[in-house]
Design a protein around this ligand. Structure first.
Ligand code: BES
Ligand code: MN
Ligand code: ZN
Length: 491
């Protein structure tokens, strides 16, 4: 799908904005006049109230060149922001994608505090996200099930200055969504690492460490998780050096369990297929790194992902095994299904040991418990630094990727003390499960290191119905936006 900016946008279909109460904005009013009131009549007939994402569709109206008119609500225009316009653009695309229309004219307007140019850029960005589909493996789609839309023509005097960065962000999100959606037989750790190596063509520095190198570094917490897998465990390090030479990098660290069976502590069968998405934290890191490279961010950032498959096998790690992590601390693995924290223990060690980051943010689909606590709307956030937590809160709110800060405290930490090793990987009780996971990772964070952990088990993918037009499929790509914005706010 190609997006263009045109001063007189053309298409087989057109989308206009309407505010609360179904009040057409300028572009819609002009069309309504041309169509002799057909839009007003349709809105009345449909009891259209102009609420966000609400749609009235008019087919073949007399006196208009467009065969299809979409009136899409934006709610109160005074309260509208960038996300409102993005959802509007996404909804327009979703409603025309497979209708037979080949070109869609988007007529966005300056609302809230957005300039006309910014509104156009955000509408185009929403259109890109709304067009996302995962249908690479569907060989029998009928022509009418396939996207017909080829062009989105956004009305604007010229391509807005915001367009390039928005395009880079959309590409990063699409990449993250694809990684999460890919089936686990295809996207295993070796294939994943190979795909990341290809990111070098966008200017990233990519280094892949295999099992031999990981063993030499003593990364036995990570390696233990992969012992039952036929695939080689990998650690991939991606670097973007767009900042000053002297500037310490920000580190993003991601859990990349390409499939989580639970290992010997096997998960129940129902719904296990969803565990192909257990690399969602790593996907967010990879998508963000791609975005930073594409938009040539003026910042130094390192992205580190631990890629591993958690399988039961004769060689698999057992409950009761004790492993020594790279930093020397020993872990009693009482549940092989609490594997994400083992991956992160060594990955955050690597980040600190090799890159001395100014701030370190890890992302992981770490616990079912965070879904119980926060559902699929907010990610759980843990931080040892108030300013870092506040920066993430602000970045997330601006991008529609919300985080909710959760507590860390010595009383929780005590619950992972073990009589047999320095710590155990579960508390043994379900209480505060997401917090326990965070406390475990914290044991591998060095004194003075600014750190935040995002538990994204509830937000990396979401159950149907997929009612946010910006996120039209199971995989959300959650994390790319907040990370990119976090970097941008510091540039
Ligand atoms: N990958 C899971 C967490 C998860 C659950 C992600 C549901 C997305 C949806 C993680 O590895 C896991 O199995 N966690 C266990 C931890 C427990 C054994 C302490 C859990 O949440 O049950
Ligand atoms: Mn698990
Ligand atoms: Zn897992």
């Amino acid at each position: 799908m190609d997006i263009r900016y045109e001063s007189e946008a053309r298409g087989d279909a057109v989308a206009v904005m309407a505010g609360e109460g179904g009040a057409l904005m300028d572009a819609g009013r002009a069309l309504d006049e041309q169509a002799k009131g057909a839009l007003t009549k349709a809105m009345k007939t449909a009891r259209f109230k102009g609420g966000p994402n609400q749609v009235v569709e008019i087919l073949a109206p007399a006196n208009l060149e467009f065969g299809r008119v979409l009136i899409i609500g934006v709610g109160d225009p005074e309260k509208a922001n960038a996300l409102t316009v993005e959802r509007w653009g996404a909804q327009a695309v979703r409603r025309t994608l497979t209708t037979g229309a080949e070109a869609l004219a988007l007529l966005p307007e300056a609302i809230g505090d957005l300039s006309p140019g910014a509104a156009a850029a955000h509408a185009a960005f929403g259109a890109r996200l709304g067009a996302y589909r995962f249908d690479a493996y569907r060989t029998k789609l009928k022509p009418e099930q396939k996207p017909s839309l080829k062009n989105v023509n956004v009305q604007a005097e010229k391509a807005p200055k915001e367009d390039e960065a928005a395009r880079a962000l959309a590409q990063g999100i699409a990449f993250a969504r694809l990684l999460v959606s890919e089936p686990p037989n295809v996207l295993h750790p070796e294939e994943y690492a190979a795909r990341l190596s290809k990111l070098e063509e966008h200017g990233l520095d990519v280094e892949v460490l295999g099992e031999k190198q990981l063993a030499a570094l003593g990364m036995n917490a990570l390696l233990g998780v992969g012992r039952g897998s036929a695939r080689e465990t990998q650690l991939v390090v991606m670097r973007w050096n767009g900042g000053k030479k002297s500037e310490k990098p920000i580190a993003f660290v991601g859990k990349g369990v390409t499939f989580d069976t639970g290992g010997i502590s096997l998960k129940p069968g129902a719904g296990m297929d969803e565990m192909k998405g257990d690399m969602g934290g790593s996907a967010a890191v990879c998508g963000a790194m791609l975005t930073l490279a594409l938009r040539k961010a003026k910042a130094n950032v390192v992205g580190i992902v631990g890629l591993v498959e958690n399988m039961p096998d004769g060689k698999a790690q057992r409950p009761g095994d004790i492993v020594a992590a790279a930093d020397g601390q020993t872990i009693e693995v009482l549940n092989t299904d609490a594997e994400g924290r083992l991956v992160l223990a060594d990955a955050v060690w690597y980040a600190q040991e090799k890159h001395q980051p100014s701030a370190m943010i890890d992302l992981a689909t770490l616990t079912g418990a965070v879904i119980v606590a926060l559902g699929h709307e907010y990610a759980g956030m843990y931080a040892n630094d108030d300013a870092l937590a506040a920066a993430l809160e602000t970045a997330g709110a601006a991008e529609g990727e919300h985080v909710w800060r959760m507590p860390l405290a010595p009383a929780y930490d005590k619950m992972i003390d073990s009589p047999n090793a320095d710590m155990k990987n579960i508390a043994g009780k379900p209480a505060g499960g997401s917090i326990i996971g965070a406390q475990f990772i914290k044991r591998f964070v060095r004194e003075g290191q600014k750190w935040a952990h995002l538990d994204i088990a509830g937000t990396a993918w979401k159950p149907a119905p997929y009612d946010d037009p910006l996120s039209p499929a199971w995989a959300t790509g959650w994390g790319v936006r907040i990370l990119n914005r976090f970097v941008k706010d510091r540039e």
